[in-house]
Write a new protein. Structure first.
Length: 118
């Protein structure tokens, strides 16, 4: 069982930046998945277990950066140039095995609200 504890998020104006953090109890492939109002749950970014590979949805590529501090099993999502359409609850997720560019993860954080005002 992997436990994930998220922090960060909040309200920011369009064009601003936020950073999300996710502390994990183990070292796994991890991802950020978001669920916006009236939208389907959406894959945003993922990182492999030892940070050899990162993946991004087209909608966030070039604006978001996922990275991890393996010494502390913490994964971050740096979000720059935020847009109102980035407004969503963001979930940290982990899985055993290979990283996935989907929302199919095994363990989930508690979620954190990100609101981008226009």
């Amino acid at each position: 069982q992997v436990q994930l504890v998220q922090s960060g998020g909040g309200l920011v104006q369009a064009g601003g930046s936020l950073r999300l953090s996710c502390a994990a109890s183990g070292r796994n492939a991890m991802a950020w998945v978001r669920h916006g109002p009236g939208k389907e749950r959406e894959f945003a970014a993922a990182i492999s277990r030892y940070a050899h590979s990162t993946y991004y949805a087209d909608s966030v590529k070039g604006r978001f950066t996922i990275y991890r501090d393996n010494a502390y099993n913490t994964v971050y999502l740096q979000m720059n140039s935020l847009k109102p359409e980035d407004t969503a609850v963001y979930y940290c997720a982990a899985k055993t095995g290979e990283v996935a560019v989907t929302t199919e993860y095994d363990y989930w954080g508690q979620g954190t609200q990100v609101t981008v005002s226009s």
